[in-house]
Ligand binder design. Sequence first.
Ligand code: ADP
Length: 266
Amino acid sequence: MSETVSDTGSPRTVNASMLRARGLRKEYGKEEGLVRAVDGVDLDVAPGETVAVMGPSGCGKSTLLHMLGGLDRPSAGEIHLAGRRVDQMGERALARLRREAVGFVFQAFHLMDELTARENVELPALLAGSTPRAARRRALGLLEQVGLVDRAKFLPSALSGGQRQRVAIARALANDPLVVLADEPTGNLDSEATLDLLRLFDSLHEAGQTLVIVTHDSRIAATADRMISMRDGAFIDETRLTGGTTGTTGTGGAAAHLGALAGLEE
Ligand code: ADP
């Protein structure tokens, strides 16, 4: 929370974070087998901000990302997306949130093998209730944006790793998400494809997309506004890489997204 002064001059409290976590914990197993995968994380991501989370394998990065996007429920703590409480949502609202407000990008792409690139990108929009025509138009626009419109009819098996990941990013953007969460997006890619992806993330950042990227790759992390180091389930260090204004103002169209969750009730 930050205090600001409203137009009328009176102080009011605003929650300017696009994504906010407080006291986030996730435990697996019990007693001797207890694993504290995430152990008390506080996080604020401003609208339009790109945050990179780095840390050794097993330190809890994926678990954190899954909780932030409503793929997994925390053992304790709070998550707010655009001011809406995520951790207490019912299953239906949570499913809708994942579909419409969050874009996931995974290391292993997770495209549907039997669908073409265009069909993969259309799917989230169709599931969210778009007409086939609107979904197709949107998918082709996004494939154009990621430089793959000429591969629209290709199956994933006919695409390179880097191309598959670009299709996966287009799919993640299909419903104009409030936040894109990427889990080791370049983990399966060679150096050239990684640079391609880096440029794509950069252009999304420029366009005002809020992004959280878990990565081992310091080149990807270097494009972020902020780089957070994680060890044993907790944040241990944070470096600001740009002169951003975390938690205060938005960038581009991203701030306008803040009201977009209104329609996500069950
Ligand atoms: P990272 O993404 O940094 O590699 P993860 O979030 O995948 O780390 O895992 C963090 C810790 O939680 C690890 O010790 C891992 O073994 C454990 N863990 C993750 N998922 C599960 C699960 N479903 N059941 C039990 N332990 C898990």
